[in-house]
Write a protein that binds this ligand. Structure first.
Ligand code: FAD
Length: 501
């Protein structure tokens, strides 16, 4: 009997993971990728000797002993990478009050520093730190990602999962499940409230923020010393070494369906590739409403795509600078006194990444400094019809960001050798993610734990993987989604899922 064939759309992390686990389990796969390289939104590009990394900021679960680490090991990632621990999650700078706070892994210091800026909230801070300590002991990322796929969980599995999670279950109820923008901790100090609200995104629930801080405290959050290329390339190599095929510059236009069954994919030139199973690890909207013409949807799917909020797109402004920044934290968040004006939006702050933790991003003595600013999809999508205005706006924003950086790094402008601006439209052009939503849906408090089915009603032999099946995306969940999908397929085919050592 021939090995079952699978056509996989997209060579992002989820597509590559699906391909690797499928090959390990006797399926014969071919990945079709629209771009000229793998990685999807985990993207980086070279500019005059600088490596501009426009993707993953930090990696969760990079230490041995967790199920997440095991996943990275299975895919050949950890063997080729070094992930320095994040000793500081970020520096928070509030221009209005002139105050700065470092969110460090050292919880004693964090408690002291937070009390320093908000003495009125001492009790709130103590409770929060004690919750972080409690969470620290649990491998929450692993727990949430690696239980068997929901489709394969029996009663015993569910009981086992509840038992394993017993110490953290309370964190998913009551105020812990409220969004940060609603101030679930009840902090009174306005600066502390702003810090907590913007620690990740204002819409995420309290438990998520506690989990992030617990991971940092537990040294389970790492930086990517080699950036996205060193992370992605080993997975691609693993996939090819397992016999998987990959074609770049192959944009799938249609998923071919016959009698309610997906039977292959079709490209713009009309050619087709037939397969027993089709997996889309590509953008959710274009998969369901364009490649499949919106024929296989129910009310829940329609509602998800009509009314769930997408993650707000970003502009990534990168500068190659001929100086070093030895004492700066890799990430800072600056809440500005006078908001940035982009299109119709007043933007209250921006992030700054300083790639000073590795020699791989810039030649000796030089550094990439990157600014991240939220901006609307519609603004950039409208602007793109007028190339000159689009380019002028990119230039204006780069100059504006540099002006703002001068305050913190005097003289930086005169050291800039390379300037690079990627807009939400750029992200769409390379990865086709709907409206530039680089991590799919907003991981809002009421959505973040939703399980999104990987199948569509009325369509057999078709599955989805990746960030459009896990609200808010992330590296571990995207990689796990590929693994879980193959577990489901093996189960259906009466095979034991295996990962060869
Ligand atoms: C700036 C940024 C920072 C991030 N930071 C972190 C972080 O710190 N930690 C973390 O865990 N996660 C982070 N993430 C999120 C994480 O990187 C993503 O959730 C994850 O990489 C998504 O992978 P994916 O394979 O599901 O999707 P994608 O990366 O979108 O891959 C989909 C692929 O499908 C291809 N494709 C689309 N349509 C077609 C078609 N029609 N035909 C053929 N190919 C197609 C695309 O080109 C793409 O390669 C970050 C993301 C970004 C952008």
């Amino acid at each position: 009997m021939h090995a079952k064939t699978i056509a996989i759309i997209g060579a992002g992390l989820a597509g590559l993971s699906t391909g690797c686990y499928a090959q390990m389990n006797g399926y014969s796969t071919h990945i079709f990728e629209h771009h000229s390289k793998a990685g999807g939104v985990a993207a980086a590009w070279r500019r005059d000797g600088y490596l501009i990394d426009g993707g993953i900021h930090f990696l969760m679960g990079h230490k041995p002993g967790t199920v997440t680490y095991q996943l990275y090991e299975e895919l050949g990632i950890v063997q080729c990478n070094h992930f320095p621990d994040m000793t500081i999650y970020g520096r928070f700078i509030d221009e209005a009050s002139g105050k700065t706070i470092d969110l460090t892994f050292d919880l004693d210091r964090l408690e002291k520093d937070l009390k320093g800026i908000a003495p009125v909230d001492s009790k709130v801070i103590e409770n929060m730190i004690s919750d972080i300590r409690r969470m620290e002991r649990a491998d929450l990322v692993g727990m949430m990602s690696t239980e068997k796929p929901p489709e394969l969980m029996g009663l015993l599995d569910k009981l086992r999962m509840f038992w394993r999670m017993r110490r953290v279950l309370r964190f998913f109820r009551g105020r812990y499940s409220k969004p940060m923008k609603d101030n679930p901790l009840g902090a009174q100090d306005p600066l502390l409230r702003r810090v907590l609200e913007n620690l990740f995104l204002p819409e995420v629930p309290l438990w998520f923020v506690l989990m992030i801080m617990a991971l940092v405290a537990n040294r389970q959050m790492g930086l990517l010393e080699g950036g996205c290329p060193d992370f992605v390339e080993p997975i691609e190599r693993k996939y090819r070494s397992l016999g998987g095929e990959l074609t770049y510059g192959a944009k799938v236009e249609k998923i071919v369906v016959e009698n309610g069954k997906a039977v292959g994919v079709r490209f713009a030139d009309g050619t087709e590739h037939r397969a027993d199973i089709v997996v889309s690890a590509a953008d959710g909207y274009s998969t369901i409403f364009e490649m499949l013409g919106g024929e296989f949807v129910d009310d829940r799917i329609k509602e998800r795509y009509q009314s769930w909020k997408l993650i707000k797109p970003i502009i990534i402004v990168s500068f190659g600078v001929s100086r070093t920044f030895p004492c700066e934290p890799p990430f800072s968040s600056i809440m500005v006194k006078d908001p940035l004006r982009i299109g119709n939006d007043n933007i209250p702050g921006f992030g700054v990444r300083i790639f000073n933790y590795s020699t791989k991003f810039a030649p000796a003595g030089k550094t990439v400094v990157q600014v991240l600013v939220e901006s609307s999809w519609d603004y950039w999508n409208n602007l793109r019809s007028d190339r000159a205005r689009y380019e002028a706006e990119k230039k204006r924003i780069a100059a504006e960001m540099l002006r703002r950086l001068e305050k913190y790094y005097p003289g930086i402008s005169s050291r800039v050798e390379v300037e690079d601006v990627a807009t939400p439209y750029t992200l769409w052009r390379y990865t086709l993610n709907h409206k530039g939503a680089y991590m799919s849906w907003l991981p809002a408090a009421d959505k973040i734990l939703e399980t999104i089915p990987r199948t569509l009603p009325g369509l057999s032999n078709f599955y989805m993987a990746g960030q459009w099946t896990t609200p808010g995306g992330s590296v571990p969940t995207s990689l796990f989604s590929g693994r879980q999908l193959i577990e489901v397929l093996c189960n259906q085919d009466g095979k034991k899922f295996a990962v060869p050592k």
